[in-house]
Write a protein that binds this ligand. Structure first.
Ligand code: SAM
Length: 464
């Protein structure tokens, strides 16, 4: 019976392509083949697990850190009382003054101590499985199959269908590739799930013993807290926009960074948020509203075309006049290979390889829109060399007016070897490698136990 989350699988060639990022000629000649391979294996293994701590950003514009800290602690005490488990601890992040960290009460390496206990099985799809690994209960739409005689209140063991092979409503025990993700209590019977009503909603299994003990934060203190990955919070601090400035967030939805940037600007100035998708733009509007921010203006727009070269253009709506922004965030669409947890990555190699050309289009527009003396931050949630260091190397070569800046804070590692970038330049880049402490570090939270992420900061110099 499957009892361990397997290492993430990739389509043909993608793993090898990642190998070329980490074990390229320069890296191998600097630290040796063995070290490079070791690092790559650590990263690949960590991708199938969630980070061992949860990070939340405080809405410091409208709420005090101390109040939110106490309110969150109370919520968790109540939540865990009903689960009959010890609550996790809440801490202020050591370097980020608007960030709270919730550490799991049980060390992730103890996951093997939770075993399938029930004879009755529930099979969930991958998306649902990933949500459970990050602290959610099982909701009915994610359930693919359930043992025949399950009734409400039964103890059940929950498995994820790794290869998406389970037929909806399967009656027999699923024999395909599955991984155990915890035990729970059925909140619906098999009949509720599959007979009559073809698309039931609501909680299907209340997870009482998930293999990773992450708190469930859906709907918790929504006007005070924003659930974000640590590197995403770092990005906005690195850009460091000042109140009264004019900022463009080129790929903004769902608005985690947009709302943070507006908060850092104390809701003073202009924050323009672009995204190509209308439904996603609506998400930014909802998030701005719940955080009580009014300086954010949203537009459904293709950012690669956001710079206008005609005299008739202005800076109120896209396309904007050149050099009309003090700050630009380009949190670019990317292959997302740093996301955690993942199980079976569906990306084709051709798609992974297609991103750098697209990212260069956004970047060229960003350079045109930035005023001299202004700052540009480029970030991705992926780990390939081509979408990260190679974009920086290309940008510095094609746009001599750009200069790399030191990053504050710098909580991740530095850039990868393998491009024309020099060591002093690599030190200015911030790479979060997504390595879980249970694999390579001591217990406890470390700022490298995050999703894989990359950040570069540039200043546009005045013409000499
Ligand atoms: N910055 C966001 C945040 O922190 O919440 C996440 C951005 S996500 C990495 C990339 C976004 O780029 C997606 O929402 C996608 O819809 C958007 N996007 C992709 N192509 C675009 C384009 N040509 N113009 C504008 N937005 C685009």
């Amino acid at each position: 019976m499957a009892n361990v989350i397997p290492e993430v699988t990739f389509n043909e060639g993608v793993k090898e392509f990642l190998g070329q990022s980490f074990c390229n000629e320069k890296a191998v000649s600097a630290v040796g083949e063995e070290k490079c391979q070791e690092k790559l294996s650590d990263i690949l293994r960590s991708l199938s697990y969630p980070p061992s701590y949860t990070v939340l950003r405080i809405n410091t514009l409208h709420h005090s850190k101390q109040d939110v800290f106490h309110q969150l602690t109370q919520v968790l005490v109540q939540q865990y009382k009903s689960k009959d488990r010890l609550p996790p601890t809440v801490d202020y992040h050591a370097s980020l003054d608007d960030t709270l960290v919730i550490s799991s009460p049980t060390d992730h390496s103890k996951r093997h101590e939770v075993c399938p206990e029930a004879n009755k099985e529930v099979i969930v799809d991958r998306q649902c499985g990933l949500a459970v690994l990050r602290g959610a209960d099982v909701y009915a739409p994610g359930i693919m199959a359930a043992t025949q005689d399950i009734i409400k209140g039964d103890k059940v063991s929950v498995f994820v269908d790794i290869d998406s092979q389970c037929r909806k409503g399967l009656i027999h025990r699923f024999k395909g590739n599955k991984a155990f993700i915890g035990n729970g209590c059925a909140a619906m019977s098999r009949k509720d799930l599959f007979v009559g009503n073809s698309s039931p909603r609501g909680m299907g299994v209340h997870m009482t013993e998930p293999i990773f003990d992450c708190p469930s934060l859906n709907g918790v203190l929504v006007d005070r807290l924003f659930l974000q990955n640590l590197p995403s919070i770092v990005v906005s601090h690195v850009l460091n926009p000042q109140p009264g400035g004019r900022l463009l967030d080129m790929c903004a939805a769902p608005g985690g960074k947009t709302t943070h940037l507006a908060t850092l600007m104390k809701d003073q100035g202009v924050v323009i948020a672009l995204d190509k998708s209308l439904s996603k733009i609506n998400k930014i509007k909802q998030n701005a509203k719940r955080m009580g921010l009014s300086c954010i203006q949203t537009f459904v727009y293709d950012s690669t075309k956001a710079c206008c070269m005609q005299a008739s253009c202005n800076s109120d709506a896209p396309p904007f006049s050149p050099e009309s922004f003090d700050y630009i965030l380009l949190d670019a669409p990317c292959s997302g290979l740093g996301q955690r947890p993942q199980m079976a990555n569906q990306l084709q190699l051709s798609e992974v390889k297609s991103y750098p050309a697209y990212q260069r289009q956004f970047f060229s527009t960003a350079v045109k829109l930035l005023r001299p003396g202004g700052y540009l931050v480029y970030s991705t949630c992926t780990i390939t060399l081509g979408e990260n260091e190679e974009i920086v190397s290309w940008a510095l070569n094609d746009y001599p007016q750009l200069q790399l800046c030191e990053q504050v804070p710098h909580l991740g590692g530095i850039g990868l070897l393998g491009t024309m970038l020099q060591p002093d330049q690599l030190c200015k880049l911030q790479r979060f490698h997504g390595v879980s402490p249970m694999i390579s570090c001591a217990n406890g939270h470390s700022d490298n136990d995050t999703i894989g992420f990359f950040v570069a900061k540039f200043v546009k110099q005045f013409p000499s």
